[in-house]
Design a binder for this molecule. Structure first.
Ligand code: HEM
Length: 490
């Protein structure tokens, strides 16, 4: 029987374009959805994310498909065969004990993977703004090392070491306090904070057009938003005997250092940790669940308004110190922004350059997509949507959108996130603009339009016009006006 034709996963993978036909797997069955793609109620761009792959991980996020009779009926009509049992989930080969990445949680197939080991993966624009809170599975992933699986296997062993280390190692051991996961959940207030995290390299790809940079060529999806819950960092400092700015000053404490089970070292200034309006926490929950392993289980430092790397995953210890953390991510060049004229680090005094903590104001166009062809009628309007955010909790007060490359501007309507306290706006603000479409030139080629946006934050900082003026060797903090080029057709 036709429906019993057996396909390998490799067969299915080759069918991921309209030309080759578009196939997907659901459970152990294979479907040809080529004809359905354009009629998909969730849009062609979404369903195409699963082309050549299994839809199951996507439907864990979009659960309206599960147990839905309309979906089942469609599937019955489109089935063309079954998956070779050899390729079924969980039988995909032996685990190589020598591979430090072998036991890692799978990366969601919707993410665009820049590197698999360690995982560096971002959210594609078509999913970025589906919900203001990013589902855990779709969070961008930026690991520096393998996920520390062995170190966090035994729940009984998990917890946090707190210590004060000023003026030498001896004191550190003397003041060490051990708190188990249970202690943290039982003995401290549970505080919630909604915070957006952005990788220091988000939009690095836009700087590579100016000159080469060192690092992953991220597009606009190295940013995500979650509701975190855990212990206020200030309460842990109080437990360690540092309950006020005066106490910190007396003890010579200037930095809060985080160390993780994967070897990450990063620190934040004591002012942020002690600020009652700073909202820093040690989180044990992400969107109402224990933090997933790939996002830092069991404990993660959440430093709202600070660059992603300071939000240390798999947190093992906190040390209060007179010094910043050691290591390339704090004191080395990795997260330092040099002048555009610095093309190599010969003769550069790296130590004198501060590392990134708070980030600058940012905004990005998520729809339409770059390169999209859009049908419009003369005199109609264009719908433009995007996200905006600024470091340090500075709320976004305005987003301007242009459809003529920045000559004239339209003010966007701020949406979800715009009701945050502008001094504690840790989460992103979505925006949309309805703008008269530019005059069409007609003809086969259509009309090329350069759409761009820029945001202004509560301190009236705004985004620089060009990437040229902020290009830097490591490709960090690209917040130049974001452009998408589209073609209008009538
Ligand atoms: C909605 C079918 C794959 C995302 C729907 C609906 C159907 C459907 C029938 C309407 C559900 C309802 O409202 O009752 C299918 C089929 C697929 C497929 C047959 C593949 C065989 C996907 C994939 C994604 C996705 C891979 C995501 C990456 C969505 C979304 C909606 C939706 C977001 C909701 C649209 C809205 O509420 O406006 N799909 N889908 N679908 N689908 Fe799919």
């Amino acid at each position: 029987h036709l429906l019993q034709r057996v396909f390998s996963r490799a067969d299915v993978e080759q069918h991921n374009t309209t030309e080759a036909g578009i196939w997907v797997i659901r459970g152990d069955k294979v479907y040809d959805i080529t004809e359905f793609v354009q009629n998909h109620p969730g849009g062609a761009s979404k369903i195409m994310l699963a082309a050549g792959k299994s839809v199951d991980p996507f439907w864990r996020v979009y659960q309206q498909h599960l147990g839905n009779e309309a979906v089942e009926e469609l599937l019955r009509e489109m089935q063309i065969g079954v998956l070779d049992p050899k390729d079924a989930e969980g039988l995909a080969g032996e685990v190589d004990p020598a591979d430090p990445f072998a036991r890692e949680p799978a990366t969601h197939p919707a993410l665009s993977v820049h590197y698999a080991k360690p995982v560096n993966a971002e959210i594609p624009p078509s999913l970025l703004m589906d919900s203001w809170i990013t589902p855990n599975e779709l969070w961008y992933v930026r690991h520096h090392h393998p996920v520390p699986m062995e170190a966090i296997d035994d729940d009984a062993e998990l917890g946090l070491d707190l210590s004060v280390a000023v003026g030498g190692g001896g004191e550190k051991e003397a003041q060490r306090i051990r708190l188990s996961l249970e202690d943290l959940k039982r003995d401290f207030e549970k505080k919630k904070v909604v915070a957006t995290m952005q990788c220091g390299g988000n939009r690095r790809g836009g700087l590579n057009g100016v000159d080469g940079t060192k690092g992953t060529s991220w597009d606009v999806g190295a940013i995500s938003n979650a509701e975190w819950a855990g212990v206020p960092l200030a309460a842990l400092l109080t437990r360690a005997g540092v309950d006020s700015p005066e106490a910190a000053e007396r003890m010579g404490i200037k930095h809060v250092q985080f160390e993780s089970h994967d070897g990450m070292l990063a620190s934040i200034p004591i002012e942020k940790a002690l600020n009652p309006y700073g909202d820093a926490i040690v989180a044990y929950e992400m969107n109402g669940e224990p933090i997933p392993r790939k996002n830092g289980y069991p404990l993660r430092a959440i430093v709202p308004g600070f660059v992603g790397v300071r939000n240390v995953k798999w947190l093992k210890s906190i040390t209060l110190s007179s010094e910043e953390s050691e290591g390339p991510w704090q004191r080395g060049m990795n997260y330092k922004v040099f002048s555009p004229s610095v093309k190599d680090l010969n003769g550069v005094d790296i130590a004198s350059v501060p590392t990134i903590q708070e980030q600058p104001v940012q905004s990005v166009i998520v729809s339409p997509a770059d390169g999209e062809r859009i049908e419009v009628i003369e005199g109609e309007e264009l719908e433009i949507r995007g996200y905006s955010w600024s470091g340090g909790g500075r709320g976004v007060i305005r987003v301007d959108v242009s459809v003529d490359g920045g000559k004239t501007w339209h003010t966007a309507k701020l949406g979800e996130g715009s009701n945050q306290n502008p001094n504690r706006a840790w989460a992103w603000t979505f925006w949309e603009a309805t703008v008269p479409a530019p005059a069409l030139k007609g003809g086969e080629a259509g009309t090329k339009v350069d759409i761009c946006c820029k945001a202004t934050d509560y301190a009236h900082n705004c985004q620089p016009e060009t990437p040229d003026s902020i290009w830097n060797l490591r490709g960090l903090n690209n917040n130049s006006w974001h452009h998408v080029k589209v073609v209008l057709e009538d």
